[in-house]
Each structure stands twice: as structure tokens, then as C-alpha cells.
Design a protein around this ligand. Structure first.
Ligand code: ARG
Length: 459
């Protein structure tokens, strides 16, 4: 039976019922709805609506229901209740009879659903924070294993300057660090309790909303009932966090797809995260990474869907807002899954260090070094840049690396070039020079790794 039948003469059409019901989606809020209901029953006892015995009976029945659901969560989906709030109330009434009908006193599904969803966001947010940390850990382990491995660094997907594989790993550790920070900020703002806001105007019972908020585990109660029941900023913020983090994950995926390509051959992905082709027996495709890249679009879609749903909605609650959960659940699940998959991928990466070294040695990745060498001989950088450009042009036409020119050949471009130039042109020298904070020298990578490990231990 619906929660609101009294005012209606006709039954809802079957099509409308299906259209309107949210149980197939919001059943996931069952734990939060039960928790919220227990706290509400205590608040009702405090204002004299329920006796202590009544509150105890309701609480016991709600806890039993919670255990039953834990054993058999699928049972919810066999019900024809409109939503999870109706389902919990129905089950309560079945368990304790008329007493169950008192629980909704002074409460509306509007403040109820807002509360349930915030509780869900907080719990899921914690899980995501841990998933981000796990991926950071896997990347730090990879950085440790490959901290000395030379990797060509790219700009415009053109070989630019050599870096180390460890430095590449730690770039993503930084990105996920910002994601954790963003998530924590969003969770801090979400940590306010709407319960007691009623349908829109505030409940008519003298509930101590501060006590209720802390009983629910919130930092404080919300301060405006109209806003509290119609605020979905937390949904949008979490999906924004998910979108930005998925953008990072998609770049991680794309880098690795390229490194794993036959053309680059820098890494081999483990069999555990790749699949074969039904036709071409030789294939080993980077599906896990492609799916991470692909799911990014889906998460962006959920964010823009919700922004569009909320746009220009009048205060306060509107049924449009029921559309918040599907996208949120999907975005958060996808994000979590991609983070977990990222760990599996990172753990199984085998780096082909001779291929990465060979690639770093080609493509004139040491041209900047030659320019810096000329600068050390008092040639202004802009002039040095031009001279090296000419040397590179010549090297390309002869199919040579810069260090393959004889001293006499180099001196055609500048008489200041001496025998000591060759040590400048080695990969080792390119790396060693990047001693600046945040640079790719082995010492700096080691330092960055230590700092990241220490930061992680502090969480
Ligand atoms: N199922 C609804 C939602 O998810 C909550 C119910 C609010 N319904 C209402 N008629 N005010 O938003």
C-alpha cells in the first residue's frame, strides 16, 4: 500500500507506478534509511511522541530488519513498495503493527531522502578515499621498482627530454593526492544533517536537531529547511570529484596504452588485465585500460545529467530530484572500479627498460643539453637554441644522434664546443642535471617517493 492513498479515489496507473517508483534504484539506501529511522525514533521519544518502550520496540524491529536485509538483500526488490522509505515503513508496520505507523510523525520523505543520501555519500566517500590511497600505494611500489629506469618524456607526443619511470609514476600519485583532497573537501561540506527539516518548512516538533545530527554522525545540522530538502550539491560535488579523478585515470590509461603498443613496446601488461581477439590469435589487448578510458565519458555524463536536472528547479523539493541517485551510484561505482582496476594494472606492469632507454636515446631528447652546454660557454640561450636547431637539422638529414658527430663536425656550428661536450649529451647527464625540487633526477625522485610515503602514513 502506498504511503499517501487517502486523498485519492483512483489507483495510479500501472505505467505511472512503474514510472514513479524508485525502489529499483534507491534500495541501496536501506541501511541509511534504517539508521535514520532509529535516530528519528529517539528524537521522537525526546519530544514525547513515543514512550521509551515504544522507541525500544521500534529500534529492535528496525535492527532486526537490518539483519534480515543483510542476509537477503534481494528481498527488497521483490516488493512493490514505491521507494526504500515506504519499504522500510511497510516492513516495520508488519513487524510491530500500529506502533510502526507512528514513526513518520514530524518527518517527510523529503528530509528523509536527503539525510539517507548524505549518509550514503559519506560512507561511499570513505571507500573511495581508501581506493585512491591504494592506487597511490601501487604506483609508489612501481616507482620504487622502476625509479632508475629511463623513460622518454613527451610533449605533443614528441620525444622531449628523458625522465625516469619512477618520475612518471609519481606524477599520478600527485594527481590522486589532489583527488583525495577534493573528495575530503566535498565530504566536509556534505557532512550536515537535513533531518528535522520536514517537507520544506521544518518539523513542527521541538526536535533538538543538534543532538539528532550528532546521533546520525553528522558534523552539524543544516540551517535552512528549504535548502536542506532541495540541496543536491553533495551529489554534484562527488560526481565532480569523480569526473576529475576519472580524467586523471584516463590519462594514466592512455599513457599506458601507448607504452604497451607494439610501436613503443615500453611495457608489457599482465595477462590478468588484457584480453585476446576472437579472430587474431596474436592479439593481447589492453582492455582494462581502454575501459577505464571509456568509463570516463560515462561518469562525465552522470555529472552533466545532474547539473542539467537541477538547473532552474524551483525551491524546494521536486520529484525531478529523484533522478539524482542512478547517475550518482553509477558514477561512484565506476570510479571505484576503475581505481581498483588501476591497482591491478600497476601491479602487473613489466617495464622493458632497454626499449625505454633506446627510445630516450633517439629523437634528440638531449638537444636542450647541447644548448645548455653552449650557455655554459657564455653563448646567450636564444643564440644557443638556434645553433642547436641547425645541428639537429643536419643530424636528421644524416640519420645520426647528436653525440655521433665528431668534434670537428660540431665545431662547424660553434668554435666554443670542446671535447667535454660529449659528457653533457649522455642520458645520465640529462637526468642528473634535473636536481631542482620536483625534477626527474634520481635523487629528487627518491626524495619525492619518501615524501609521498610519509604523507600517506600521516593520513
Ligand atoms: N523517492 C523520492 C526521491 O528519491 C523521495 C520521496 C519524496 N517524495 C515526495 N513525494 N515528496 O527523491
Amino acid at each position: 500500500m502506498a504511503l499517501w492513498g487517502g486523498r485519492f479515489k483512483q489507483q495510479p496507473s500501472e505505467l505511472f507506478k512503474k514510472f514513479n517508483d524508485s525502489l529499483p534504484v534507491d534500495y541501496r539506501l536501506v541501511e541509511q534509511d534504517i539508521q535514520g529511522s532509529i535516530c528519528w525514533s529517539k528524537a521522537l521519544e525526546q519530544v514525547g511522541v513515543l514512550s521509551s518502550d515504544e522507541q525500544q520496540a521500534l529500534q529492535t524491529a528496525l535492527l532486526t530488519l537490518s539483519e534480515e536485509v543483510e542476509k537477503d538483500p534481494q528481498q527488497i526488490l521483490t516488493s512493490d513498495a514505491e521507494d526504500i522509505h515506504s519499504w522500510v515503513e511497510q516492513k516495520l508496520i508488519q513487524a510491530v503493527g500500529d506502533l510502526g505507523k507512528k514513526l513518520h510523525t514530524g518527518r517527510s520523505r523529503n528530509d528523509q531522502v536527503a539525510t539517507d543520501l548524505k549518509l550514503w555519500c559519506k560512507a561511499k566517500g570513505e571507500e573511495l578515499s581508501l581506493a585512491l590511497v591504494s592506487l597511490q600505494q601501487a604506483l609508489m611500489d612501481l616507482a620504487q621498482r622502476e625509479k632508475g629506469t629511463v623513460l622518454p618524456g613527451y610533449t605533443h607526443l614528441q620525444r622531449a627530454q628523458p625522465v625516469t619511470f619512477g618520475h612518471w609514476c609519481l606524477a599520478y600519485v600527485e594527481m590522486f593526492d589532489r583527488d583525495i583532497g577534493r573528495l575530503n573537501d566535498a565530504l566536509y561540506r556534505a557532512d550536515t544533517s537535513p533531518l528535522g527539516s520536514g517537507a520544506l518548512a521544518g518539523t513542527a516538533y521541538p526536535i533538538d536537531r543538534h543532538a539528532l545530527a550528532s546521533d546520525l554522525g553528522f558534523r552539524r545540522p543544516t540551517l535552512n529547511s528549504l535548502d536542506a530538502v532541495s540541496d543536491r550539491d553533495h551529489v554534484i560535488e562527488l560526481m565532480s570529484c569523480a569526473s576529475i579523478s576519472m580524467m586523471h585515470l584516463s590519462r594514466f590509461a592512455e599513457d599506458l596504452i601507448f607504452y604497451n603498443s607494439g610501436e613503443a613496446g615500453f611495457i608489457e601488461l599482465s595477462d590478468q588485465v588484457t584480453s585476446g581477439s576472437s579472430l587474431m590469435p596474436q592479439k593481447k589487448n589492453p582492455d582494462a585500460l581502454e575501459l577505464i578510458r571509456g568509463k570516463t565519458g560515462r561518469v562525465y555524463g552522470s555529472l552533466s545529467g545532474m547539473l542539467t536536472t537541477m538547473k532552474a528547479l524551483p525551491l524546494a523539493y521536486n520529484k525531478d530530484m529523484q533522478e539524482d541517485k542512478e547517475g550518482l551510484f553509477d558514477a561512484m561505482d565506476s570510479w571505484q572500479l576503475c581505481l581498483q582496476m588501476g591497482v591491478l594494472v600497476a601491479e602487473g606492469i613489466k617495464v622493458n627498460s632497454s626499449a625505454t632507454l633506446a627510445a630516450a636515446q633517439q629523437g634528440y631528447a638531449n638537444a636542450t643539453e647541447l644548448a645548455d652546454y653552449l650557455v655554459s660557454k657564455q653563448i646567450p640561450f636564444r643564440e644557443a637554441h638556434h645553433i642547436v636547431g641547425e645541428v639537429v637539422l643536419k643530424a636528421i638529414s644524416e640519420g645520426k644522434a647528436l653525440e655521433e658527430f665528431t668534434l670537428a663536425e660540431l665545431q662547424v656550428y660553434s668554435s666554443l664546443i670542446g671535447e667535454d661536450v660529449y659528457q653533457y649529451l649522455t642520458i645520465e647527464s640529462c637526468l642528473d642535471k634535473r636536481q631542482v625540487l620536483g625534477g626527474t633526477s634520481r635523487e629528487q625522485v627518491e626524495l619525492a617517493l619518501d615524501t609521498s610515503r610519509r604523507d600517506l602514513a600521516d593520513i
